[in-house]
Design a protein around this ligand. Structure first.
Ligand code: SAH
Length: 360
């Protein structure tokens, strides 16, 4: 409890940290030293900050805490080396982060919220709704802990784990600035992708932030009718509005949009669907990522068969649209968003049931 009364020092930008130190009567350059300890050397305690006086370290630890995630579980894919981490937050909530190894470097997929309130039908993260937003420190620490645990540098970030990043807007923007900062891990903004189910006002706002990140838009349908059947957010914003927001994002940033399209057997994978989609995105500067839906046990959606997937791809390509079928990483390790957290919690509940002498 006492820990929570202290301020969350890892969520401060360097400027904010400077202001804090000046207000406490310390020299501004101390902010640079502390920032480097937290965001480059990835220190987990004030005691490690050996170029600060003992007196300052004590004052810091009285006023602030360093928020760090605790690894609860890690699963490694035997197929491709993908590692899925389950981390515990200070208040006992669990989140998932995934490390994927590609030839171009190490990519980490981070969660943006605990749970999610968007309600996409095929997604495990949203079944129990939203618990809370992640802080900048918690967003950053998913990457810091994975670097510390593996001893390897992370070069790419995808905000495609549990949660809707545009529903945690301020913290995501702060996170992007801090993780790409030359005084932090200095990961290029061009190597950062943020995925959204399509919150139109936030997409427009993001377009005006002056960032160089890639926007991935979860489309999953060629029209409003099918989209509404899969994604409740489609009731709030029509596909036309979403596509216009994407055009605006490209116009403002010059960054090509990625459309995510999870293929669900018999729902959105017909040739007619591919044709309708192609016509709607024809002249956009975009790329389509096809992903066979990862079935979750709570719903009975099935992934499309290979023949349908290839037909869908061919149809889009005939229109000159760039398409990739996303390589499935970590299918053998509770691959889909939110599955590891759910299966861990279910096991915990079973064990609690047993411990209480639960008989049913
Ligand atoms: N909320 C954001 C980011 C998180 S989900 C968004 O909606 O984009 C990252 C991507 O995985 C989204 O495209 C999402 O629709 C997709 N996804 C979620 N569960 C899936 C599943 N079981 N199979 C395939 N794709 C899934």
């Amino acid at each position: 409890m006492e820990k929570r009364l202290k301020k969350d020092i890892k969520s401060y930008t360097k400027k904010e940290l400077e202001a804090e130190l000046l207000a406490a009567g310390d020299k501004a350059f101390r902010a640079g030293q502390i920032y480097s300890w937290l965001h480059q050397k990835l220190a987990g305690s004030f005691d490690e900050m050996t170029n600060l006086s003992k007196e300052l370290r004590e004052r810091l630890s009285d006023a602030y805490h360093i928020d760090s995630l605790r690894q609860v579980q890690v699963q490694e894919s035997k197929l491709d080396g993908t590692k899925k981490y389950l981390f515990e937050l200070h208040d006992g909530h669990m989140i998932e982060s995934v490390l994927m190894k590609y030839h171009h470097g190490n990519s980490v997929c981070i969660s943006s919220q605990v749970g999610c309130r968007m309600g996409c039908r095929f997604c495990a993260s949203t079944i129990d709704g939203l618990e809370r937003n992640l802080t900048p420190a918690e967003l950053l620490d998913q990457i810091y802990q994975i670097q510390k645990l593996t001893g390897e540098r992370v070069s790419h970030i995808v905000v495609m784990g549990s949660g809707e990043p545009m529903d945690n807007y301020e913290n995501i923007i702060k996170f992007i600035h801090m993780v790409s900062d030359k005084d932090g891990l200095h990961i290029s903004q061009r190597n950062i992708t943020v995925s959204t189910c399509g919150l139109v006002p936030q997409i427009k706002r993001l377009a005006e932030e002056g960032l160089q990140i890639t926007l991935a838009l979860s489309l999953h349908a060629p029209n409003d009718e099918i989209r509404k059947a899969l994604m409740p957010i489609a009731n709030a914003y029509q596909m036309d509005e979403v596509l216009d927001a994407c055009r605006y994002y490209f116009d403002q940033t010059g960054r090509r949009i990625t459309f995510e399209y999870s293929l669900v057997r018999g729902v959105n994978d017909s040739e007619a669907a591919a044709e309708e989609l192609a016509e709607r995105i024809l002249h956009m500067n975009c790329h389509v990522n096809l992903i066979p839906v990862n079935p979750i046990k709570e719903r009975n959606y099935k992934e499309s068969q290979n023949k349908e997937i290839l037909n869908f791809q061919n149809k889009l390509e005939k229109y000159g649209i760039n398409v990739t079928i996303r390589r499935e990483m970590g299918r053998d390790i509770d691959g889909a968003c939110g599955q590891l957290r759910r299966s861990y919690r279910e096991k915990q509940r079973e064990m609690e049931g047993e411990a209480c002498g639960h008989m049913e």
